[in-house]
Ligand binder design. Sequence first.
Ligand code: 5GP
Length: 194
Amino acid sequence: MKVLEERIRQEGLILSDTVLKVDSFLNHQVDTRLALEIGREFGRIFADEAVTKVLTIEASGIQFAMATGIALNVPFIYAKKKKAVTLSEEVYSAPVHSFTRGETYQVSVSRKYLSPSDRVLIVDDFLATGAALVGLVNIVRESGAKLAGVGCVIEKSFQEGRRLLEEMNVRVHSLARIASMSPGEIRFIEESAI
Ligand code: 5GP
């Protein structure tokens, strides 16, 4: 998505070879027009999947899940993160290890909102190590719902997340794929090369 790549080039702060800050337009202050355009793009890409629910994880996936839900005219759900491992009968849950924070937390979704008749599209802001998205894929599978695919706004393709998801036979589509980055330089995988 060219407009997204341009914004990343203009406003993204590359803090290291692995961390990209996009706080000014994606996940702290949010450009609402861009978020809606991202939702429409996911809606177009997954239009053939008869999606019934969009699923994300709090907090920074919420604006994109909402925009995608609006585009597909379906509800969205955000999985909740909990530190304390108080598992209850009423939730589907999965452990997620955060490499940035160095801790493992539990993500959970109420059993009321996912069922075997659902076709779920998972959406998130970043695909990095894949830990968060693998957790969500496991929750969808546990619920018996069909997984339509995963849509990521920014994929750092040099990290292992895409490979992990593809090994789980998940359809992955990212709107901007970063081949490599270092302070002052960023290279995208051209859409024509995908
Ligand atoms: P994972 O490593 O599980 O794929 O990524 C987990 C979460 O960490 C993402 O959803 C995103 O919120 C955050 N994250 C990972 N890499 C980056 C990054 O380079 N920049 C920012 N701002 N967040 C990131």
